[in-house]
Design a protein around this ligand. Structure first.
Ligand code: HEM
Length: 530
C-alpha cells in the first residue's frame, strides 16, 4: 500500500471538531488577554446583564429613551451615575447626572468625535458639520460658523430678530388660533434673512415650507439608537419595497427634503446676486471670502456655505421654537406665574413700549422663566451622541475607544437632588433675594451640550428666546384652550419622541392684554414698514 493510499481522504470528524474547539478556545483566550491588557483590570461601568450576541438590545428603551435610560441608570448606575449598555458590538455609556456629564468637558479632546451611522448616510445627511468626525474639516467649518455666531457677531442680527418678533405678534393678534404655526415661521423667516438675505413676504412662501420639511427628518434622524440599521449595517442594502422595509422609504423622503433644504434657499440667494442685488447675509459673506480669507482652504467654498446655511436652519429654527412652545404651555398651566411675570413687565417696561434687550437685567422673573423652560421641557433630552476616540477611564471605570457617550440631559434636568419637585414649573427656584441665584445650577450649562461640541448657536438662541418670550408675555394673556362647551382643557405636559423634542400639545388661547397692547403691536409693525 502506498503512502498516499494509507492517508484517508475523508478526515475523521473527531479531530476536526477538536481542532475547531482548540482554535475557538485559543481565540477566546487571546481576546481575554488582550481585553485584560487594555482595561488593566478596570471594570466597565455598571449596567444590565446582556444576552449573547445581541447583548442589551432588548434593554434599550424604544421610545422616549431618556426616561427608560434614566430608570436603568437609577437601577444599575450606583453613585457614579454612569450606565453601560452594549448592543451587538457597540459600547454605549449614558451619563446620568450633572456631575457625570462633565466627563465630556474634561475629556473633550478625546470625546468630541461623532459616529457616521448608516442612517445618516442613507438620509444623505453627511454634509452637516454637526455630524462630521472630529478633525480638521469639522474644525474649519465650525470656525466659519462661529465667526458669525459668537457673542460679538450676533448683535448685528438684532434688528432682524426684533422685526420678526413684531411680525409674529401681529400675526397672533390677527389669528391667535395659529400661534404654533407662527412660532415656527418666525424663527425660520428670521434665519432665512440672516443666513440667506431672503425676505419672506408671502405667508405661503415655498422656501419656508422647504425648511420645515427639511428639519422634520433631522428631528428623528439623529435620535440615538433609533434605527436597527445602525447596529446591523447590512440592512442598508435592503430594498424599500420589501415587506417590513418601509423604514427605507422614510430615509429616501428625508434625503430628498435634505437636498432641497440646502438647494432652494441657496439658489434664491444666487439668483438675487445674479440680479446685481447684494444681500447682507452670512452666506454672501462666506462666498465673498472665496478670493480672500478662504482662498487657500482645501474645501469647496460652495459646499461649506450650504453646509453652514443648512445647519443654521436645522439646529436653529426647531430648537428655539420648541422652547417657545414650552413657555406657552407653562403659562397656560400656571396662571399665577404668568401674572407675576406680567406684573414685573408692567413695572419695568410700562404700557408705552415693547420690552427690549436693555431691560433684561431688570426682568429677573422673566429670565427665571426662560431658565425654567429650558429645564422643564429640554429641547434635546438626550443631547447628541459623542464618540470616544481613545480608551479612557472615568470614575474608575474603563471606557473603550469607539464608545457612544450620551449625556442624559433630561435626567440632569429632572434630578430631584438638584431641582426640588422637578416636574413642576417653578421659576422661583432660580431666584433668591430678588436676584438670580448663582448657586442654583443654570440649565443653560447643560442643555446646550458638552465639550468641544457645545452648541455654537447658544448665544443667538438666548437672545431670540428673551426677545420673543418677554414680548409675548407683555402683550398677550395666555390661557388654556377651551373645548366645544367653553370649558378649559387641562393639558398634560408631554414631549414628542424625537432627538429635537417638542411639547406634544401646547394649544392655548391668546388674548391681547388690553387696547394698549394691541396698539403697541400695530405701531411696531407700522414702524418696521418705514
Ligand atoms: C434652545 C435652543 C438650542 C438648544 C437647546 C440647542 C442644543 C444643542 C445641543 C444639545 C447640541 C449638541 C451638543 C453636543 O454635541 O454636546 C447642539 C449642537 C449644535 N447647535 Fe444648538 N441648540 C439650540 C439652538 C441653536 C441655534 C439657534 C443654532 C444656530 C444658530 C444652533 C446651532 C448648533 C450647531 C451648529 C450644533 C453642532 C455643533 C457641532 O457639532 O460642532 N443651536 N445644540
Amino acid at each position: 500500500m502506498s503512502l498516499l493510499q494509507s492517508i484517508s481522504l475523508t478526515p475523521s470528524p473527531l479531530p476536526v471538531a477538536i481542532c475547531l474547539a482548540l482554535l475557538v478556545g485559543a481565540l477566546y483566550l487571546r481576546s481575554v488577554i488582550l481585553w485584560r491588557k487594555r482595561t488593566r483590570g478596570r471594570p466597565l461601568p455598571p449596567g444590565p446583564r446582556g444576552l449573547p450576541i445581541v447583548h442589551n438590545l432588548w434593554d434599550m428603551p424604544t421610545s422616549r429613551q431618556w426616561l427608560g435610560l434614566n430608570d436603568l441608570r437609577k437601577k444599575y448606575g450606583g453613585s457614579s451615575d454612569i450606565l453601560y449598555l452594549r448592543v451587538f458590538n457597540q459600547h454605549i455609556v449614558i451619563l446620568g447626572s450633572a456631575e457625570a456629564v462633565r466627563f465630556l468637558d474634561w475629556r473633550s479632546a478625546s470625546t468630541s468625535d461623532r459616529q457616521l451611522t448608516p442612517s445618516i448616510a442613507l438620509a444623505d445627511h453627511s454634509w452637516s458639520f454637526d455630524l462630521f468626525s472630529y478633525g480638521p474639516k469639522w474644525r474649519h467649518y465650525r470656525r466659519v460658523f462661529w465667526q458669525h455666531f459668537h457673542p460679538g457677531a450676533i448683535t448685528k442680527y438684532r434688528p432682524i430678530q426684533e422685526k420678526a418678533m413684531h411680525t409674529f405678534l401681529a400675526r397672533v393678534l390677527k389669528d391667535p388660533s395659529k400661534v404654533q404655526d407662527y412660532i415656527q415661521r418666525t424663527f425660520a423667516e428670521a434665519i432665512l434673512k440672516i443666513a440667506y438675505g431672503v425676505d419672506v413676504v408671502d405667508e405661503h412662501d415655498e422656501t419656508v415650507e422647504v425648511i420645515n420639511d427639511g428639519v422634520e427628518g433631522v428631528r428623528e434622524l439623529i435620535v440615538f439608537g433609533g434605527f436597527l440599521v445602525d447596529y446591523l449595517p447590512f440592512l442598508r442594502h435592503v430594498p424599500s419595497y420589501l415587506p417590513g422595509c418601509g423604514f427605507m422609504k422614510r430615509f429616501e423622503k428625508w434625503a430628498e427634503a435634505n437636498q432641497r433644504l440646502r438647494r432652494v434657499p441657496y439658489q434664491r440667494l444666487i439668483d438675487s446676486m445674479n440680479r446685481g442685488e447684494a444681500p447682507q447675509c452670512i452666506l454672501a459673506d462666506i462666498l465673498a471670502g472665496r478670493d480672500g480669507e478662504y482662498k487657500t482652504w482645501p474645501y469647496e467654498i460652495e459646499t461649506l456655505a450650504t453646509s453652514v446655511g443648512g445647519i443654521i436652519f436645522e439646529a436653529g429654527a426647531d430648537t428655539t421654537s420648541s422652547t417657545l412652545q414650552a413657555v406657552l404651555l407653562a403659562m397656560s398651566l400656571y396662571p399665577d406665574i404668568q401674572k407675576r411675570a406680567q406684573a414685573e413687565l408692567d413695572a419695568v417696561v410700562g404700557h408705552d413700549r415693547l420690552p427690549d434687550l436693555e431691560d433684561r437685567d431688570s426682568l429677573v422673573y422673566v429670565n427665571a422663566i426662560i431658565k425654567e423652560s429650558l429645564r422643564w421641557l429640554p429641547v434635546a433630552p438626550l443631547g447628541q451622541s459623542h464618540y470616544t476616540m481613545v480608551d479612557d477611564e472615568f470614575a474608575g471605570y474603563f471606557i473603550p475607544a469607539g464608545t457612544i457617550v450620551q449625556g442624559n440631559i433630561w435626567g440632569c434636568m429632572y434630578d430631584p437632588e438638584v431641582y426640588d419637585h422637578p416636574e413642576e414649573f417653578r421659576p422661583e427656584r432660580f431666584i433668591r433675594d430678588g436676584k438670580l441665584d448663582p448657586s442654583v445650577q443654570d440649565p443653560a450649562t447643560i442643555v446646550f451640550g458638552f465639550g468641544r461640541r457645545i452648541c455654537p448657536g447658544r448665544y443667538f438662541a438666548d437672545i431670540a428666546l428673551f426677545i420673543n418670550i418677554a414680548a409675548l408675555l407683555h402683550v398677550f394673556s395666555i390661557i388654556p384652550p377651551l373645548d366645544s362647551s367653553g370649558n378649559e382643557i387641562r393639558i398634560k405636559p408631554m414631549m414628542t419622541d424625537c432627538m429635537v423634542s417638542y411639547p406634544e400639545d401646547s394649544r392655548c388661547t391668546m388674548k391681547p392684554r388690553g387696547p394698549w397692547a394691541e396698539a403697541l403691536i400695530v405701531n411696531a409693525v407700522n414702524q418696521d414698514a418705514y
